[in-house]
Design a protein. Structure first.
Length: 312
């Protein structure tokens, strides 16, 4: 008969192994199971707090204050709930696109951004959670308070004049552009790329109007023509403006090699116009940000007051 001591040792070993396997399967340390705060029935764990603290330190290079991190996570929980109330719930694809865009601004591919975060002990889901909350909140504030966030022309003009006797507008050009591309599959040999470039040069000589460009490129295999876009001088780099100013209306710009293949731009129109001065645009943007931040702050206070927040 097995002695009680031996039996208890055996049973303790079984329980210990089972617990270890559960924790390994969860992929999280023991503290991940410890809830620090409940927000509207949803938990914020100590592991969440630790992860967000690491992310905040990575972006600010300042030691994270625990209560500030907790407040940030609480804010995000109530923002996400408020978003669902109005049908604002970004999909995984939307969040992945935002994540990829952030990586692109840092000149990193998504997998490179993930590796960079993981090297600092940060799970990519930690950053994605923050991005989701930002997307939801921006959409909510802009959507619900669209009218009150508008900045009036008279207010902008008065603010510009108060900053000095500056002009409100300057002369510029407005361009109507239609990008076209001769597609070259990724990994194609240089000879294929060169053949398409020569083909583009031939077409450039033939096309005299945007109507002809549409006729050629819509019927051509492995080619595409996009919708017409309108840009002003302020939207276009100086080098491209110089090229467009030298291109006759209806003609194509010189071929350029891109990731998609050989690209050109059909110049469908060019006319003189006026645009806001840089100073006026700067003041307009500043006034909008001030309105947005004030409205976002009061809105957040409102939803937090209605939230059920329980510290453990």
């Amino acid at each position: 008969m097995t002695s009680p001591t031996l039996f208890h040792r055996f049973w303790s070993l079984i329980l210990g192994c089972a617990t270890a396997l559960i924790l390994m399967g969860a992929g999280s340390p023991l503290q991940a199971q410890t809830v620090a705060v409940m927000v509207n029935g949803e938990p914020i764990t100590n592991y969440d707090i630790e992860q967000r603290g690491k992310l905040n330190f990575l972006t600010t290079r300042k030691p994270a204050v625990r209560q500030e991190v907790i407040n940030e996570l609480i804010d995000e929980k109530v923002k996400i709930k408020e978003g669902k109330k109005y049908g604002v719930d970004p999909s995984s694809s939307d969040i992945d696109q935002s994540y990829a865009a952030m990586g692109a601004r840092m000149r990193l591919a998504p997998d490179q951004l993930t590796k960079s975060l993981e090297s600092q002990g940060i799970r990519p889901e930690t950053l994605k959670a923050r991005l989701k909350a930002e997307m939801v909140w921006s959409s909510l504030v802009r959507g619900r308070y669209r009218q009150s966030l508008q900045v009036g022309e008279k207010d902008v003009a008065a603010a510009v004049q108060a900053n000095g006797n500056e002009k409100l507008e300057v002369e510029a050009f407005e361009y109507r552009l239609q990008p076209v591309v001769l597609i070259v599959p990724k990994g194609s040999p240089p000879a294929t790329l060169e053949a398409r470039r020569k083909e583009a040069e031939v077409l450039r000589g033939r096309v005299q109007t945007c109507e002809e460009a549409n006729s050629y490129f819509k019927s051509m295999p492995n080619a595409a023509i996009r919708e017409v876009v309108t840009k002003t001088s302020a939207d276009i780099p100086a080098v491209l403006r110089e090229v467009l100013d030298k291109t006759p209306i209806g003609h194509l710009t010189a071929p350029e090699v891109t990731k998609q293949g050989i690209e050109m731009v059909a110049l469908c129109g060019r006319k003189a116009t006026t645009i806001d001065t840089p100073k006026k645009k700067e003041i307009r943007d500043k006034m909008f940000v001030e309105k947005y931040e004030a409205k976002a702050k009061s809105y957040l206070q409102e939803v937090r007051r209605a939230a059920m927040i329980e510290y453990r």
